[in-house]
Structures are given as structure tokens and as C-alpha cells.
Ligand binder design. Sequence first.
Ligand SMILES: Cc1ncc(COP(=O)(O)O)c(C=O)c1O
Length: 434
Amino acid sequence: MATKLKKQDNPKSEKLWAAAEKIIPGGTQTFSKGPQQYVKGVAPKYIQRGKGSHVWDADGHEFVDFVLGLGPVILGYAYPRVDEAIAKQLKDGIAFPLMHPLEVELSQKLVELIPSAEMVRFGKNGSDATAAAVRVSRAHTKRDKIACCGYHGWQDWFIGTTTRNLGVPDAVRKLTLPFKYNDIDSLKALFDQNPGQIAAVILEPTLFVAPKDDFLKKVKELAHKNGAVLIFDEVITGFRIALGGAQEYFGVTPDLSTFGKALGNGMPISAIVGKAEIMSKFNDVFFSFTAGGEALSLAASLATVAELQEKKALKHVWAMGDMLRDGYNAMAKDLKLEASTRMIGYGFWPEMEFNGKDGKHSFEIQTLVTQELIKRGVLTRAGMVLCYSHTPEDIRKTLAAQGEALEILRDALKAGDVASRLEGELIPPVIRAS
Ligand SMILES: Cc1ncc(COP(=O)(O)O)c(C=O)c1O
């Protein structure tokens, strides 16, 4: 029998939000961190600090965290080796008039680790790297159109394909053509309809679903047959699925690839890497900004990569995620909830799936389950991100909370009253593919 828990009070979070709404458009810097992403009235709105795999909100409540800054935190919050590297560099300075030696050191490291990396450039956000990859591909092929699959950031070239396309000119929107994951015919159709016009195929090599029937190999063959550059967007998979990214894991090497998130354990750094023949076009293609090569992030990244390598940390990350996914699925089976919820995906970032009676994603069920998890000290969205600091104890605690949430779901489905058990507003999607 699941414990009925009282909602936590979040007076500081609410006070901050009331002030923010007046002076910050949308109230947030990142849509995915905004209160719409969690059950309003139940979830905290501001996180004050983190340590390891736990965070504390502005009102002092502690959570086991499976959001991890939307993915960058791969080792853990306030991770000593990374923080020491940042502190050491801080003593010497952050930004300089000329280049910093760490640029060369980190580039060498990435060339050593990532199969496609012959040359390297750094950015600050994943969006910097994907936009640079698209621009250099256009320069290389002298073509304008881009075929894409997945999410690739906030810039015009990609966000114009989604429902959040306000402000993107029509002429730009028409240049990016989405295709479907694991559906090679959807990409073939784009090449057939746009002969000689597609500069690059960019895709997330995997996320929650594995490539089927040699999908990645076929995408590469098709792109090359049609004279297009193949770009793997490894902003999520990089330094999570394997140190060399999905290209190492699946043995398919793209022409270019983009890395971000886990590269700096939370410090803002991204990278575009790839074949020298294409990367050398950056001699002329404009990809240049004030904070490029900022030294604290370079230092953090070198420490992160060294720690991941020396501790073989990804083995632990995957083990924790496998334990979570398998434990969740066993409970869902016992409670005969498999049609409504299960966990899918790889150990580094599994996802809770929530299905309504129509077999489509149910935001109602997602909202109920995440609401009950937050009330039990587990901060998560449907996708659950793992890091090296998660312990078996964290996972046991999370599974206990999920077990209770699933019992509540079972009762709600039986009574047909999921909606009336929600203590806040329904969680909507951030963007939908248009
Ligand atoms: C696969 C992928 N590419 C690109 C991006 C954009 O990265 P950023 O938000 O750091 O600009 C993201 C962000 O979530 C992503 O998941």
C-alpha cells in the first residue's frame, strides 16, 4: 500500500518565481528547466546546490537527481577532481588575449578518443557545434539543404522545423528537412525530392531506441552516394554511451560529429570534430566568438575526460541505469502495468514510457508518476539521466519511490481517476515536431 504523502511547501521557490515572471521573459533561461516541465504546485522551481548525485532546492529539500543539469553532469555535482582543475586554472585567469595551451591539449585528447576526430574546434553550447557543422557542410558541398533527425538546438536552421519556430524566416525553414529515425526510406525520399541539393545529413545516432537493420550504416552509404556530409550529433551520446561516442559503440564513423553536455561535467563547452578535409574549411568559414577557448571549461573538460578514463566510470553509469530500468520493469510487470508504463533505453539514459489506452504518450500518467516521485525525494523527468556519483543506494531508494508511484497509478487506472489525482498542472511537451 503506497504511503499518501503531503506536498512539500516551497515558499522560497514561489517567491523567486513571482519576481522572475515580472523581469525574465518566460521566467527561465532554458525552456526545459522551466516550471512547465514539472508538476506545478508540487515540484520545486529553483535548485540551490548539488553534491554528487543529489541536489537541494531553494527551500532546502533534498532530492536524488536524474536530470543532472539536462545531461552535462556525468561525474557528479561539485566533483572534486573537476572542481580542483577549475580552481587551479581560476588562479591563473579565465579569458586571455591569445590562445591558451589547454586548447591544444584537449584537442589532442579528443583526436585520441573519437574515431572521426582528425581536427577539433570548440564551442560553448551544443547548438554552437551543430550550427557550425551545418555551416561548414554547406561550405564544403556548396549546397544549402540539410536533412535532420532528432533535436539539434535553438538555432534558426533547426528550430524552424519544430512548433517553436516563431521568428525563423520561412526561407530558412524550407532549407531543413526532417526524416524519421530507423526509417531509411524517409531519408531516401528526401534525396529523391531534392537531387544534388542536400549538403548534410545530421542525426542523433541513438537515444532511447537502438538503430535497427544497419540503419546508421545505411544512412552513411546514402549520404555519401548523394554527395552529402554525414554528421552525428553526439551532444547526448558523447562521453555517455562510450568515450568515443555512439560512433565507437556502433562502429560507424561519420564525417563530422558534435559533442557537448558531458564534455565538461557542467562547464559550458562543446566541440565539433571530424575529417581534416572538411574541418580545415574552418580556416575561412566563420566560427569565432569571444568565449571560444575559455580556459576554465577546457581545464574542467580535461579533468572530466581523465576521470572517466581512469575510473572506467561509464561502466558504473550503465550499471546503475540497467539496475533502475530492470527494477522498474519488474515492478510494472508485477503490478500488471506493462501496457501503461515501462522503462526503455540504454543504461546511461533510460526513459520511463507512459502510454494511454490509445497507445499514445500519456502526459496525464507522466504527470502523476513524476509528481509522486518528487514527493518522495526523486527529481526526474521521463528520461532518467545517470552519472558516476549515483550509488546502488540511490537506485534502491528510487526504485522504492517508483514502486509506490506505480501502486498509485494502478489504483488510479482501476478507478479511472488519474486526472483527479494530479495535484498540479499537466506537463506539456517543450517542443513537438511539426
Ligand atoms: C542531441 C542534441 N543536440 C544539440 C543540442 C543543443 O545543445 P545546447 O542546448 O547545449 O545548445 C541538444 C540539447 O539538448 C541535444 O540534445
